[in-house]
Write a protein that binds this ligand. Structure first.
Ligand code: KIV
Length: 289
């Protein structure tokens, strides 16, 4: 009898080949081993170790605060779980803006940490960076629309592409990224008509977040999807669990049990045999006299 085949990890070319196959791609963010195991156990196609790490895990107000080393630390934690899903490492702000050489080194740092592809934000402006990374044989995922690394330039976390000129620029950027060789493109917070236009214009999968249904896949942030992050509720987030409320309730009950003397019970305690307990008691009596 043939040995059972281990599932082969998803690759960037696998994702690229899914364009137009009728089954939407599923990507979710994860930042550590437990979240990666949960996401991979659910059978997602891709795990994005996103720079949203800065906001949902590290407590910053924007994504500009994380470095390549921070990202590599979290990519490595995800990679140690050996997921079947493709691991995409997010290149943080300033890691691909300074020079070709720095761009390539930073992308390689994420690959050495365990990513099998990297993502970067921006369109035609970033073609040099995309080309430099592709030249080192690292697959690149693009990211257009609301690009959080540009919040100061675009004036905040706002839907992009409501005006004709911006919508056109997004389509042109997407075509340029696809022609340059990106294997997929994230579209964040764009009207559905713009997402449809982009999806029809490029021959690589589009992965939407706040981009409606006319895309080739969807991505959500782990903490939003599971209700761990409830301070902001963007319209496009669907919460499939209320884990923050559940966790708070659980820890409240733990605190009550401790304070009321109900925790730990005898079953949750290590015991010694009666004769040893007796000897320990005698020892206590001997040392206290
Ligand atoms: O960092 C991130 O989580 C992202 C997704 C929103 C696509 O870039």
């Amino acid at each position: 009898m043939a040995a059972p085949q281990a599932a082969r990890p998803v690759t960037a070319p696998d994702v690229r080949a899914r364009k137009g196959d009728g089954t939407p791609l599923v990507m979710v963010t994860a930042y550590d081993a437990p979240s990666a195991r949960v996401a991979d156990g659910a059978g997602v196609d891709m795990i994005l170790v996103g720079d949203s790490l800065a906001m949902v895990v590290l407590g910053y107000d924007d994504t500009l605060q994380v470095t390549t080393d921070d990202m590599a630390h979290h990519v490595a934690a995800v990679a140690r779980t050996r997921p079947n899903a493709l691991i995409v490492g997010d290149l943080p702000w300033l890691s691909y803006h300074v020079s070709r050489e720095e761009t390539v080194r930073n992308a390689a740092t994420l690959v050495r940490a365990g990513a099998a592809a990297v993502k970067l934000e921006g369109g035609r402006k970033r073609l040099d960076a995309v080309q430099a990374i592709l030249d080192t044989e690292i697959p690149v995922m693009g990211h257009l629309g609301l690009t959080p690394q540009s919040i100061h330039a675009i004036g905040g976390f706002k839907v992009q592409g409501k005006q004709l000129d911006v919508a056109r620029a997004i389509v042109d950027d997407a075509v340029a990224l696809a022609e340059a060789g990106c294997f997929a493109i994230v579209l964040e917070c764009v009207p559905d008509a713009v997402a449809r236009l982009v999806t029809d214009a490029v021959d690589v999968p589009t992965i939407g977040i706040g981009a409606g249904r006319h895309v080739d896949g969807q991505v959500l942030v782990y903490h939003d999807l599971l209700g761990l992050e409830d301070r902001v509720a963007p319209k496009f987030v669907r919460r499939y669990a209320e884990q923050k409320a559940d966790a708070t309730e659980a820890i409240t009950r733990f605190a009550e049990d401790v304070r009321e003397g109900r925790f730990p019970s005898s079953d949750e305690t290590y015991h010694v045999a009666d004769d040893v307990a007796e000897a320990i008691g005698l020892y206590g009596a001997a040392t206290s006299s």
